[in-house]
Design a protein around this ligand. Structure first.
Ligand code: 13P
Length: 186
């Protein structure tokens, strides 16, 4: 099938009370392996292209690879811009066929003002999660996650998925995380 948008698959995640995995890709081989696996597992997935791959000039080629492979799949796949840095970059991604874009406003905004001003499909939270591998068990602040959940109905996203133990992933999903980003572990 053709790529789907984030807005199309997150309601499914909410209905089933699951989180959709978002996997960062930077080579054709990794992309192929992830898409073959999600098709086997019949698990909707988000394929994300991050800033390192974009810096390497791979935005268009990775987008073309995902578009081509997804066409022959039954499982819904989203092509997502991870940590978008500017409006220009977002436009470039949309022109390359991305069906979801993120703007990284982590240094600018708080949840209530931001979601009041901008109609977002998903919102990434900072609860002690971090990119890369954790030293020991991560210290995730589930109370803060619950507080964010209480002030907005927007589906919530957890970055820094690599190395978070299963029980913590489960708790995060129970509170309302609907998308989990994984890069380092891949
Ligand atoms: P990890 O590299 O820790 O899995 O984080 C991935 C991520 O959040 C991409 O935005």
């Amino acid at each position: 099938m053709s790529l789907v948008t984030m807005r199309e698959i997150l309601p499914y995640a909410e209905e089933k009370k699951i989180a959709i995995p978002a996997f960062n890709i930077d080579t054709m081989e990794i992309t192929q392996a992830i898409l073959e696996t999600v098709e086997e597992e019949n698990c909707p997935a988000i394929i994300a292209v991050g800033q390192a791959a974009i810096k390497d000039g791979k935005l268009e080629s990775l987008a073309a690879t995902v578009r081509t492979l997804a066409k022959d799949m039954k499982t819904p796949v989203v092509l997502h811009l991870d940590h978008g840095q500017s409006v220009e970059q977002v436009v470039k991604a949309l022109c390359a066929g991305f069906t979801s874009v993120m703007i990284d406003g982590s240094k600018l905004q708080d949840v209530i003002d931001f979601t009041a001003a901008v109609k977002v499909d998903a919102l990434a939270v900072g609860i002690g999660n971090a990119h890369g591998l954790y030293k020991g068990r991560p210290n995730l602040d589930f109370q803060r996650l619950q507080e964010v959940r209480d002030v907005t109905d927007v589906p919530l996203v957890l970055h820094g998925g690599s190395g978070i133990p299963d029980d913590m992933i489960q708790t995060a999903i129970e509170i309302g995380i609907r998308k989990i980003n994984v890069a380092t572990e891949i």
